[in-house]
Design a protein around this ligand. Structure first.
Ligand SMILES: Cc1cc2nc3c(=O)[nH]c(=O)nc-3n(C[C@H](O)[C@H](O)[C@H](O)COP(=O)(O)O)c2cc1C
Length: 193
């Protein structure tokens, strides 16, 4: 393999990115949504997730005010709404109304969730890392709301039914083929000896 040293290192080589819709609310109670590609799980116990939000984003001020946010997983069927919420600012408009989404009251946090998304998580902001043009916000998941229809027994998500969206180099992609189960390498190695 002849690898070259890429001239300008950047984050675009870390792929694909799962797309989530982060919901929040302003002081007057107007809800907002920001589309986020830079998101990840952080720890399992306690369950935490991280999202990178640009320091100039309107949503960042809202989240810093309430100290919480919702993480909603859109389906591929909600691609238009997802793209729209990442293309316009909620500064002078109500993105819930414009995208046709319904604010679902949370049980613990102040930020609302998105009723139409099959999975929504209530997150309390527990840590912020100031890294440069984006802040990395870590939220503890304090409640999860999931549509029965996308859950398998044991409350596991049914991958096909959730049909999540990923981004790769400015394009939206859905999940491809299953390749194998985790730790298949160990099982195959055992079979070889
Ligand atoms: C696919 C996609 C992914 C995005 N990912 C991020 C992200 O990770 N962080 C971020 O700050 N903005 C991201 N954006 C841009 C914001 O969603 C966009 O600037 C939005 O209009 C900000 O909304 P607000 O002004 O209401 O806060 C993304 C946009 C799209 C379309």
């Amino acid at each position: 393999m002849a690898k070259i040293l890429v001239q300008r290192p950047d984050i675009s080589y870390f792929y694909p990115l799962p797309i989530v819709l982060v919901s929040c609310v302003d002081e007057a109670g107007k809800p907002n949504i920001i589309t986020i590609g830079a998101s990840s799980v952080c720890s399992a116990h306690p369950p935490t997730v991280g999202v990178a939000i640009g320091v100039r984003q309107y949503s960042l001020g809202l989240i810093n005010f309430t100290q919480d946010f919702g993480v909603n997983i859109p389906t591929a069927a909600q691609l238009w709404e997802t793209d729209y919420c990442g293309s316009v600012s909620g500064r002078g408009m109500n993105k819930f109304e414009a995208a046709g989404f319904t604010p679902q009251p949370s049980t613990i946090i102040k930020s609302p969730l998105i009723e139409e998304c099959p999975v929504s998580m209530e997150c309390k902001l527990i840590h912020t890392a100031h890294l440069g043009d984006h802040d990395w916000l870590i939220g503890e998941i304090v409640a999860v709301h999931a549509d029965d229809a996308v859950l398998e027994p044991g409350e596991r998500l049914d991958r096909a039914k959730t049909d999540p969206v990923f981004s790769f180099w400015g394009e939206y992609w859905s999940v491809g083929q299953k390749l194998a189960d985790w730790h298949h390498a160990l099982r195959e190695k055992e079979r070889m000896v």
